[in-house]
Write a protein that binds this ligand. Structure first.
Ligand code: UGA
Length: 447
């Protein structure tokens, strides 16, 4: 079988490498020539643990090729995955222009029967549109079927999720198409759920919206914990033991970011709104998340007074650990607000510095060395729970900072460890720790 993957972004690349690793012949096509030239050399366009070696291995063994040539990619293809981006339009809805360009290009070059399998996150009805675009432009002798096969890959764990996901969803109106896809995925031994196309399209949005809701829910509980002096870690642990609730995604913090939850929640609000059904619950989830992003600088001002001229280390830039992706990261809001306050900012991240530099240029300092970030700092704000931060010996804060004051947006340390080190520490939904009684006085947020 010849498999073609349209799009060499995060989803397209992981899908291509995963299928090639399963022994399939995969051609991955993208319009970005530079990206494809790098990939042909085995240089990945994204940072993802384990990806580079699997990419190079499958190029070497001939299972995986990259091209910008649509005729080479689509002619003779049996299964074509569409994995192009669906970015956010100003009104929050999904921009489908890349989907439609891909569909037109496929139609132009298709020369045999094929399955068109959509991995991109698309509003309900899009797969039927893709079917109509392609089938309306190919000779009647060529037959296509469309399958909605949403992805549930987490950045930073994408390859693991490809091989060990909880389920594979196949939405199609033709049982034969579902069975071809089922055969393809069978070696992974992941449970397969077959649905109609529209349900599959909605499953993706519903899954991301539910996970986002879980995060905003626990963040609201954290905010209440702060007011009453409770500890959200204990609350989250105890409610998570109820199997109906479950413990994943109950980590309180300064809100979700990334290229998926922010975009997909807004798109689902739009989809519902267009159907004259306001999705009020999801609107509140988004509002709570936006509010969480603002908390660190509010807390910083409460604890440290005016921030003008104060050296502030922002620890962690990526929207979560193990990625260089900073899209919609809480760190960006924090940096912008610190700039407005006139703080002197040094930003630390093991992988996210180059992307952050593209946004803030020389207006802030950057480092990939934690100690350099903390040297003589008045304040440290933790925005991402990288292992390098979580497992750092706590004495680096006391040894290097001018005064050890940490605003921890990801609850990286235990309160008892912090107490032992004489650090002033404000985390999320947990009682504050004060290094000395003097610093306690200006603190207003905690009753
Ligand atoms: C998310 C979903 O988890 C994937 O299943 C889905 O395929 C993907 O979106 C997508 O639509 O493509 P991802 O955005 O890579 O994956 O990252 P997550 O691990 O889900 O984390 C998202 C954000 O939530 C991060 O900013 C993280 O810090 C935050 N988060 C996560 C919390 O604040 N608390 C938690 O308990 C869990």
């Amino acid at each position: 079988m010849k498999i073609t993957v349209a799009g060499a972004g995060y989803v397209g690349l992981i899908t291509s490498i995963g299928l090639a690793e399963m022994g399939q012949q995969v051609t991955c096509i993208d319009v970005q020539e530079e990206k494809i030239a790098d990939l042909q050399q085995g240089k990945p366009s994204i940072y993802e643990p384990g990806l580079e070696s699997l990419l190079q291995k499958n190029i070497r063994n001939g299972n995986l090729t990259f091209t910008v040539n649509p005729s080479q990619a689509y002619s003779g293809a049996d299964i074509i995955f569409i994995a192009v981006g669906t970015p956010e339009l100003p009104d929050g809805s999904a921009d489908l222009k890349y989907i439609f360009v891909a569909a037109h290009t496929i139609a132009h070059h298709l020369n045999q029967d094929a399955l068109i399998c959509t991995k991109s996150t698309v509003p309900v009805g899009t797969n039927h549109l893709i079917h109509d675009i392609i089938s309306g432009r190919i000779p009647p002798s060529i037959k296509i079927d469309v399958v909605s096969n949403p992805e549930f890959l987490r950045e930073g764990a994408g390859l693991f999720d490809f091989f060990h996901g909880d389920r594979i969803v196949l939405g199609t109106d033709n049982p034969e198409a579902a069975s071809i896809m089922e055969q393809l995925y069978l070696p992974l031994k992941i449970p397969i759920i077959k649905t109609d196309i529209k349900s599959a399209e909605l499953i993706k949005y519903a899954a991301n919206a539910f996970l986002a809701a879980k995060i905003s829910f626990i963040n609201e509980i954290a905010n209440i914990c702060e007011k009453v002096g409770a500890n959200v870690d204990e609350v989250a642990y105890a409610i998570g033991q109820d199997k109906r609730i479950g413990s994943p995604f109950l980590q309180a913090g300064i809100g979700y970011g990334g290229s998926c939850f922010p975009k997909d929640t807004k798109a689902l609000v739009q989809i519902a709104g267009n159907l004259e059904h306001p999705f009020e619950l999801l609107e509140a989830v988004i509002k709570v998340n936006n509010r969480q992003h603002h908390l660190p600088v509010l807390k910083a001002k409460e604890i440290a007074g005016p921030l003008r001229g104060k050296k502030t280390a922002v620890l962690g830039l990526a929207f979560k650990p193990d990625t260089d992706d900073i899209r919609e990261a809480a760190s960006l809001t924090i940096i912008r607000e610190l700039q407005l306050e006139g703080a002197r900012i040094i930003a630390y991240d093991p992988a996210g510095v180059p992307n952050t530099r593209k946004i803030f240029g020389d207006s802030i300092k950057y480092t990939e060395d934690l100690k350099e970030a903390l040297q003589d700092a008045d304040l440290a704000i933790i925005a991402t729970e990288w292992d390098q931060i979580k497992h750092a010996p706590l004495n680096i804060f006391t040894d290097y900072m001018k005064q050890p004051v940490i605003i921890d947006g990801r609850n990286c340390y235990s309160l008892s460890d912090i107490e032992k080190h004489g650090i002033t520490y404000l985390s999320v939904g947990r009682p504050p720790v004060f290094a000395s009684a003097a610093i306690q006085k200006p603190w207003k947020l905690f009753g």
